[in-house]
Design a protein around this ligand. Structure first.
Ligand SMILES: Nc1ncnc2c1ncn2[C@@H]1O[C@H](COP(=O)(O)OP(=O)(O)OP(=O)(O)O)[C@@H](O)[C@H]1O
Length: 748
C-alpha cells in the first residue's frame, strides 16, 4: 500500500537532494570531493575527511537524489513537475530550497535565462502552467502572482511601488496565514510572469559574503494562485490551486563567512529563522504536542506546507568539498528528518473568495447593462460585438435621406408643373416651395440630432465593450488544437509520476527493512548445523556491532556539531546583549524617564506580528478629544498658530484654510547640539558598557571610573554612596527643567 493511501489523503513531504559541482575556487584550493551519489538507489554517501575505515561513511537516502551533472530540466521533472500538475488540479503546493550558503539554492529555484537551459524551477513553472492552460479549453483560468521577501524578520512586498514598506502577517480561520496588503497581479502569459520575477529580484536583498558573491540575504517567496472554472453537470465548479516557490537564505557560520556589521545581523536573523524551521520539523517528526510555528515569520508563512494541507517538496542543496563536511552533514540530517513530516493535501473546491467568480459575475452584469441601454434587439455575441446598433444607424440614415430625396423630387415635379401652368398661381407655389424648404431644413436638423444620438450611443457601447473585453481577457482559456497534445502529455506525466512514486515508496520500505533487519536475529530461522547457526549469528552480530560503531560515531559528530552550534549561538547572544546594553544606556542616560514610562505604557506585544507595537489610542478609547474651534476660525487652532496669525506670518498653514501637506510644526528645542567631542568620562562609560559584562562594569567602577551609572544602587553601601557628592546632568537651557533620569548616579 502506498504511503499516500495509508491514512486517507495523508502524504509525506518529498525530499530531494542536489549536490552542486565543485567550484573553480575549490579546485584551485585543492579541495577533496567527499560526496558520492547513487541516483538509482536514492543514496548519498558523505565521507568524513577526518574519519577512518567504515566509520567515515555517512549514508543518507532520499526520494530523489540529483548529482553534479544533472540538468536543470531533469531537476524540474524530478521535483517540481508533479507539484505543479497538482496545483493545476486545485491543490496547494510548496517547493523550497534549503542549504548552506553558496550551494545552489537560487541556481535551483531561479537559475539564469542565458543560456536558456539554465532556467531554474520558477521560470519553468511559469511555462508549464500556461502550457497546461493552453491545452485545456474546457476550463477558464485566472492566474495571479505575488512576490515577497523576509529580511531580518520583516516582510516586504517585492512587487509593490514602495518595496520598503513592511507588511504584517494575519490569520484567517478559513484560508490560514496570509500577508495583509500584499500586492497581487493578474498575469496572462509566462513572459509577463517572468517580468514580475525580474522586477521583484531587483528589489531583493543580495549581498556578497566570503562564501558566495551574490548571496541571498533574505528568504524569498513567489506565490502563484491559479483559479479554474468549469461547467460540470450544468453547474459551475471552481477550484483554486496555490503554489509557493521558496528560495531560503543560506545557513552559514559567521566564522566562515566573516560577516560583520549589517551582514552579521542579517546572518543572525537568517540562522535564527532556519533554527526555528528545524525546531518545527523536529516537533512534527517527534509528534510533539506543540509545534513552534509562531517562533518566526518564516515558519508561519510555511505553516501549511509543513504538517498542513499542502503537497511539499524540499530540495536540500549541498556542496561536494571536504571543508563543508559539517554543514553538508547538518543539511542532510535536517532533510532526512523532514522526510517523515506528514501533510494532508486537499483540493480547494468552490472557495467563497474566488476572484474568477467575481470577474464572471461582473462581466455578466456589464453585458446585461449594455443590453438594457442599447435596446432589446441588441444581441451580444461571445466576442462582445454588437452589429445591430450599426444597422439601426444605417436604417435611420437611409430612411431620412430617402424621404428627403423623394420630397425634393416631388417639389421639383410640382415646381415644373406649376411653372408651366397659370402664372397667378405662381405666388402660391413659391410659398409652398418655401414651406417645403423649411420642412427640408427641419428634417435635416432632425437627422443631425439622430446622428449625434447614435454616435453617443455607439461611444457608450464602445466603453462597455472595452470594459467587458478587458475583463474577459484576464480570464484565459485554452485552445482546441492543443487539447490532444496536452492529453497525451498528461498521460505521460501521470505514468512518470506513478513510476517515480513507486520507486520512492520502495526505497523508503527498503530503508526501513534494512534498519529492522540489522536488529532482528532470526529466531525462527532453521539451521542445518550448529556451525551454520554460529556463522549466521556471528555475521548478524558483526552487523549490529558495525551499526553500533556507526551510531556512536554519528552521536559523537552530532555532539561536536551541537557544541559548535552552541558556541555560535553564544556568540550571537553576546552580540545581541551588547547591542541591548547600548540601547539601554542610551535610553537611561539620554531619554527622560517620564518619556520612557509613557512609551512603555503605550507598547503592546502583538502575537500576530511577534513584535512590539505602539498602541493605537483611538482603538483603546483614550484618544484626546479635539479642541473645539475658536470663534472666527475654521478649525481648531493652537496658541502658536494664533500668535503667528496675529504677527502676520504668511505661511499658508496659518491661514485657517484646510490645506493638505503642511510643514510640521516643530517643538521648541530644549537640548544643545552635540559639538563633536565626547568627553572622556562619557566615552569611557560607553566603552565599558559595550565591552564588558554587567558585573565587571560594577567592579571596575571602583578602580577606574570617576563616575559610574549602575542599575542596582542597593549593591553599594548606602553610607559610601551618601558620602559622595552627587553629579547631575546639565540642562541645555537655564529656563528648561533638568532632565530626569531613571538611574541613580553615584560618584566614587
Ligand atoms: N548545479 C550547479 N551547476 C552549476 N553551477 C552551480 C550549481 N549550483 C550552484 N552553482 C553556482 O554556484 C554559485 C552559488 O550558487 P547560488 O547563488 O545559487 O547559491 P545559494 O545557495 O543560493 O547561496 P546563498 O544562500 O548565499 O544565496 C553560483 O555562481 C551558481 O551559479
Amino acid at each position: 500500500m502506498s504511503q499516500k493511501k495509508k491514512n486517507s489523503n495523508e502524504e509525506c513531504v518529498k525530499v530531494a537532494m542536489r549536490c552542486r559541482p565543485i567550484s573553480k575556487q575549490e579546485l584551485i584550493d585543492n579541495r577533496q570531493e567527499i560526496v558520492k551519489i547513487d541516483p538509482e538507489r536514492g543514496e548519498v554517501i558523505v565521507n568524513n575527511p577526518k574519519g577512518e575505515g567504515s566509520e567515515n561513511r555517512n549514508v543518507f537516502t532520499f526520494d530523489v537524489v540529483i548529482n553534479q551533472k544533472s540538468t536543470q530540466e531533469h531537476v524540474y521533472k524530478m521535483t517540481a513537475l508533479p507539484i505543479v500538475e497538482s496545483v493545476l488540479e486545485g491543490y496547494n503546493g510548496t517547493i523550497f530550497a534549503y542549504g548552506q550558503t553558496g550551494t545552489g539554492k537560487t541556481h535551483t529555484m531561479e537559475g539564469s535565462n542565458e543560456p536558456a537551459d539554465n532556467r531554474g524551477i520558477i521560470p519553468r513553472t511559469f511555462e508549464h502552467i500556461y502550457r497546461v492552460i493552453e491545452g485545456t479549453p474546457s476550463k477558464q483560468f485566472l492566474v495571479r502572482a505575488s512576490f515577497l521577501e523576509l529580511y531580518n524578520e520583516e516582510i516586504r512586498d517585492l512587487l509593490a511601488k514602495n518595496a520598503k514598506n513592511k507588511l504584517q502577517l494575519h490569520e484567517n480561520p478559513d484560508t490560514g496565514v496570509y500577508v495583509k496588503d500584499l500586492s497581487s497581479f493578474i498575469i496572462q502569459n509566462p513572459n509577463e510572469m517572468k517580468e514580475k520575477l525580474a522586477h521583484g529580484r531587483e528589489n531583493r536583498k543580495v549581498g556578497a559574503t566570503k562564501m558566495n558573491e551574490g548571496s541571498s540575504r533574505s528568504h524569498s517567496l513567489f506565490m502563484i494562485t491559479v483559479e479554474m472554472s468549469e461547467i460540470r453537470d450544468g453547474q459551475q465548479h471552481i477550484r483554486v490551486g496555490k503554489l509557493n516557490l521558496v528560495d531560503l537564505a543560506g545557513s552559514e557560520r559567521q566564522s566562515k563567512t566573516q560577516a560583520t556589521g549589517e551582514r552579521f545581523k542579517e546572518a543572525i536573523n537568517i540562522n535564527q529563522s532556519l533554527a526555528t524551521l528545524g525546531n518545527v520539523i523536529s516537533a512534527l517528526v517527534d509528534n510533539k504536542p506543540y509545534t513552534p510555528y509562531r517562533d518566526s515569520k518564516l515558519t508561519r508563512l510555511l505553516q501549511d506546507s509543513l504538517g498542513g494541507n499542502t503537497k511539499t517538496v524540499m530540495i536540500a542543496n549541498i556542496g561536494p568539498a571536504d571543508y563543508n563536511y559539517d554543514e553538508t552533514i547538518s543539511t542532510l540530517r535536517y532533510a532526512s528528518r523532514a522526510k517523515s513530516i506528514k501533510n494532508r493535501p486537499k483540493i480547494n473546491e468552490d472557495p467563497k473568495d474566488a476572484m474568477i467568480r467575481e470577474f464572471q459575475e461582473e462581466i455578466n452584469r456589464l453585458k446585461e447593462e449594455l443590453q438594457k441601454k442599447m435596446g432589446s434587439n441588441i444581441q451580444i455575441g461571445p466576442d462582445g460585438k454588437i452589429a445591430k446598433v450599426v444597422e439601426v444607424q444605417k436604417v435611420v440614415v437611409v430612411t431620412d435621406e430617402q424621404k428627403l430625396k423623394e420630397l425634393e423630387e416631388q417639389i421639383e415635379r410640382e415646381k415644373n408643373l406649376l411653372e408651366s401652368t397659370v402664372g397667378k398661381k405662381r405666388e402660391q407655389i413659391e410659398r409652398d416651395l418655401a414651406d417645403s424648404r423649411e420642412q427640408k431644413e427641419k428634417l435635416e436638423r432632425q437627422l443631425k440630432e439622430k446622428e449625434e444620438q447614435v454616435a453617443k450611443q455607439a461611444q457608450e457601447q464602445e466603453k462597455y465593450l472595452q470594459q467587458i473585453k478587458e475583463m474577459e481577457s484576464k480570464i484565459i482559456q485554452g485552445n482546441k488544437l492543443k487539447e490532444t497534445q496536452r492529453e497525451k502529455e498528461k498521460q505521460l506525466i501521470k505514468l512518470q509520476i506513478e513510476l517515480e512514486e513507486r520507486k520512492q515508496e520502495e526505497r523508503r520500505k527498503q530503508e526501513e527493512l534494512e534498519k529492522n533487519n540489522a536488529l532482528v536475529i532470526g529466531a525462527q530461522e532453521q539451521y542445518k548445523s550448529l556451525q551454520e547457526e554460529i556463522d549466521a549469528k556471528t555475521k548478524k552480530l558483526n552487523n549490529i556491532v558495525e551499526r553500533i560503531k556507526q551510531a556512536r560515531q554519528q552521536t559523537n559528530e552530532i555532539h561536536e556539531y551541537r557544541l559548535r552550534e552552541k558556541e555560535i549561538l553564544l556568540d550571537e547572544n553576546r552580540s545581541i546583549t551588547k547591542e541591548l546594553k547600548l540601547i539601554d544606556l542610551i535610553i537611561e542616560h539620554f531619554i527622560p524617564q517620564n518619556e520612557v514610562k509613557k512609551l512603555e505604557q503605550k507598547l503592546i506585544f502583538s502575537d500576530e506580528d511577534g513584535d512590539w507595537n505602539i498602541k493605537d489610542d483611538a482603538n483603546e478609547g483614550h484618544k484626546i478629544s479635539r479642541p473645539a474651534s475658536v470663534f472666527g476660525f475654521k478649525r481648531p487652532i493652537c496658541e502658536s498658530a494664533r500668535m503667528a496669525i496675529k504677527f502676520g506670518d504668511s505661511n499658508p498653514r496659518f491661514r485657517t484654510d484646510n490645506i493638505l501637506q503642511l510643514d510640521l510644526e516643530l517643538p521648541e528645542i530644549i537640548t544643545e547640539d552635540f559639538d563633536g567631542n565626547v568627553s572622556q568620562k562619557v566615552q569611557e562609560t560607553i566603552n565599558i558598557a559595550l565591552n564588558e559584562d554587567e558585573e565587571e562594569l560594577q567592579m571596575m567602577a571602583n578602580e577606574k571610573m570617576p563616575i559610574v551609572y549602575i542599575k542596582n544602587p542597593e549593591l553599594i553601601s548606602k553610607e559610601n554612596a551618601l558620602n559622595q557628592p552627587r553629579v547631575r546632568l546639565k540642562s541645555a537651557k537655564k529656563t528648561s527643567r533638568r532632565p530626569q533620569s531613571g538611574l541613580k548616579k553615584y560618584q566614587y
